[in-house]
Design a protein around this ligand. Structure first.
Ligand code: AHR
Length: 512
């Protein structure tokens, strides 16, 4: 990585080699809120090689597979404990007609993926293939319905096809296609980015469409639906305000999309070649999601003080220029330690707001933006972001322990302040406490004192993710350059834990 000066460092007085110091205090008394496991949701879109080649290779493939799903990817997803998966898009969803993806594969029509590179798809991965995948890896499906170019009848029948037990025309069709029992489908998105690729609508018009479409999405045979309205992008508070006013608790949830991206015009920057200033800028932009969600939540609180409507950040993550030589419409990007920090810092923020944030879905699970897994032919590699999600899955459904963090900070770009430490903690159902710590400094180790505040600690174990350089990544040739290791840098001393975090490291501790 090209070295540049950390020009705005607030630590100007600190000698280069000095160690940073930080404290974390656990507020065990106020540990009440459950970290919804759906915060760790994934997103599978028909985009590039996310579905075809990434998840699905077909039964005839020479790549080892189970009923057409890649075995290596299936195993990696199972290990990750994916709680929920969104499908089929994204922008793709509002041009997807589900009836093209059912029945004998040889009869399914081909389609052109107009949103993503004009790629021709054969519809061999459809409703059955997605819902069966969810059953195989043990996650909830989140179906994103077509409002932009689809009809009310089409969406209503899709719900009937997936969830109606028997007796209805769509249940009969499903059975003819080989699936006797309905699937369990709870999460239903009514459109995606309806202000943009999902129909270029105004919020007032979309609000009425949501009310209309969702009316006919019936709950069959005890299947409870959680209906999600297509929400705002980033700073569009008016969209949230209008939906809360016009739709209110007719929706169970409203979405929000936030990408850690420089801007939508021109270059977004390379995923793997960046300066120190760009590294800190990115972390600052990731942290900016906190004031953004707070503002959306404040609007929701005004109309829904009981917090009945959930906020679902159903697309988030980094967005870089595509890897050189790859199809610009396929959005294939690499993933470095910088992406790992975007993941850990963002998850730390989501943990704080789970009374309102009910689900989030990082984009996308395989071969696209901030992916967990990358594949090329029969090769597969797990990204640094995958390792963060795996280290952090101990927080799923655990009780959030609020923390007070005191640490040094630096200003990355004018008003964006990046603390050198981010922390989050939770207690699981077995009474085990987990603390995750991120030392964001590129060049300094950090001594962290955790005040346990009455928590009795007998033993501490840990896992660490770190790298030689912030731009290290896992390639197909060197798939384990950035990987997790056992961490032995934590010691219990009376009522405190003393931890030495190497520069640029993410650690999860297990305290018993
Ligand atoms: O994640 C890529 C695209 O970003 C999604 O399809 C769309 O919803 C968003 O604009």
């Amino acid at each position: 990585m090209k070295k540049t000066l950390l020009s705005f460092a607030l630590l100007a007085a600190m000698p280069a080699a000095a160690q940073l110091k930080a404290t974390v205090t656990l507020d065990n008394e106020n540990a009440k809120q459950i970290i919804n496991k759906e915060i760790y949701g994934q997103f599978a879109e028909h985009l590039g090689s996310c579905i075809y080649g990434g998840i699905w290779v077909g039964e005839e493939s020479s790549i080892p597979n189970t009923n057409g799903y890649r075995n290596d990817v299936l195993n990696a997803l199972k290990e990750l404990k994916v709680p929920v998966m969104r499908w089929p898009g994204g922008c793709f969803a509002d041009e997807y007609h589900w009836t093209d993806g059912i029945g004998p594969k040889e009869n399914r029509p081909v389609m052109v993926n107009n949103n993503w590179g004009g790629t021709v798809e054969d519809n061999s991965f459809g409703t059955h293939e997605f819902l069966n995948l969810c059953e195989m890896i043990g996650c909830e499906p989140y179906i994103s319905g077509n409002v932009g170019s689809g009809t009310v009848e089409e969406l209503a029948k899709w719900v009937e096809y997936m969830t109606s037990e028997s007796g209805s025309p769509m249940a009969k069709l499903r059975k003819e296609n080989g699936r006797e029992k309905p699937w369990h489908v709870k999460y239903l998105g009514v459109g995606n980015e309806s202000w943009g690729c999902g129909g270029s609508m105004r919020p007032e018009y979309y609000s009425d469409l949501f009310r209309r479409y969702s009316t006919y999405c019936r709950e069959y045979d005890g299947n409870k639906l959680y209906k999600i309205a297509s929400g705002a992008s980033d700073y569009d508070y008016d969209w949230t305000e209008t939906l809360m006013k016009q739709v209110g608790n007719r929706m169970n949830g409203v979405s929000l999309h936030y990408y850690t991206v420089k801007g939508w015009d021109g270059s977004k920057g390379s995923a793997t070649k960046f300066t120190n200033d760009e590294y800190y800028w990115t972390l600052g932009k990731a942290l900016e999601i906190e004031p953004v969600v707070k503002k959306h939540i404040a609007i929701m609180d005004k109309y829904d003080p009981e917090k009945q409507v959930g906020l679902l950040v159903d697309e988030w993550g980094t967005w870089w220029d595509v890897e050189p030589g790859t199809n610009p419409g396929h959005l294939f990007q690499q993933n470095t330690m910088r992406d790992a920090f975007v993941a850990s810092l963002t998850l730390d923020i989501f943990h704080k707001y789970t009374d309102r944030i009910k689900m989030t879905n990082i984009a996308q699970v395989i071969n696209v933006l901030q992916s967990m897994i990358l594949t090329k032919g029969d090769k597969m590699t797990l990204t640094p972001t995958y390792h963060v999600f795996k280290m952090y899955n101990v927080h799923q459904d655990a009780t959030y322990i609020p923390t007070k963090v005191t640490c040094d900070k630096m200003a990355a770009d004018g008003d964006r302040i990046v603390p050198y430490l981010s922390a989050t903690a939770s207690k699981d159902a077995q009474g085990i406490t987990h603390i995750s710590l991120s030392n964001t400094s590129l060049d300094k180790s950090e001594e962290v004192t955790v005040n346990l505040n009455g928590l009795k600690a007998k033993s501490v174990n840990g896992t660490i993710l770190t790298a030689g350089c912030a731009d290290d990544f896992n390639s197909f040739e060197n798939p384990n350059l950035v990987t997790t290791k056992e961490f032995k840098g934590a010691k219990i001393t009376k009522d405190v834990l003393i931890i030495t975090l190497p520069k640029m490291s993410i650690v999860t501790l297990e305290i018993k």
